[in-house]
Design a protein. Structure first.
Ligand code: 5GP
Ligand code: ZN
Length: 115
């Protein structure tokens, strides 16, 4: 945990959030400024600054996040129609919060494919 980190504060409940999922390793909550009808952030409960900071020890968090996204999609009803997952990593990507987070976007058809 990092005391100055916004997402660590959200995980601890010090900053309010709208929770959509939680387990031992993962916390999922609604993005405050949604970029799609459904926009959920899925984060590891351990403070990992970005994708670039991942170590072998963090393997369990990565797997838990992937499982959680699948579960959230099922629970929230967008698994069948599909969804997009975005991870910003570092300066050029525009990453603003330095706590690894997966953006899960759903609820419309994404026309502007980047890749
Ligand atoms: P990044 O640009 O770092 O990939 O994404 C950060 C995301 O966090 C943005 O989509 C932004 O809307 C979201 N965000 C920033 N502050 C808060 C907050 O206090 N609560 C919630 N729920 N989301 C936040
Ligand atoms: Zn953090």
């Amino acid at each position: 945990m990092d005391n100055d980190c916004l997402f660590c504060k959200i995980i601890k409940g010090e900053v309010p959030s709208t929770k959509v999922y939680e387990d031992e390793f993962v916390y999922g909550f609604k993005d405050i400024n949604p970029a799609a009808p459904i926009h959920i952030l899925v984060v590891p409960k351990k403070h990992i600054a970005s994708l670039a900071e991942l170590t072998d020890e963090d393997e369990k968090y990565v797997w838990a996040i992937h499982k959680a996204m699948n579960k959230i999609a099922e629970e929230q009803g967008f698994k069948e129609n599909g969804y997009r997952v975005v991870i910003n990593c570092g300066k050029d990507s525009g990453q603003e919060v330095m706590h690894l987070h997966y953006h899960v976007l759903a609820g419309n058809k994404f026309g502007d494919k980047i890749v």
